[in-house]
Design a protein around this ligand. Structure first.
Ligand SMILES: [Zn+2]
Length: 69
């Protein structure tokens, strides 16, 4: 399950003022604070690293979907 052809997903996610969980969030963060807080420390770091960011967001979304949402 890859989303290579869907870069806009990440762009929209970061630009949005609504987190995927439905709560309000602040751009350019990909998640609201409560979701962000639920992520393991290494994922939190990965999200804010340049380069692997899309992959990191992907991982984080999967984690949140299975563990939090
Ligand atoms: Zn959220």
């Amino acid at each position: 399950m890859t989303s290579n052809s869907d870069k806009s997903f990440y762009v929209n996610l970061k630009a949005s003022e609504e987190c995927l969980c439905g709560r309000e969030k602040k751009p350019p963060f990909p998640f609201c604070y409560l979701c962000y807080k639920e992520l393991p420390a290494d994922m939190k770091k990965a999200i804010y690293q340049k380069g692997g960011i899309e992959e990191a967001i992907d991982e984080a979304v999967k984690y949140l979907q299975s563990e939090v949402w």
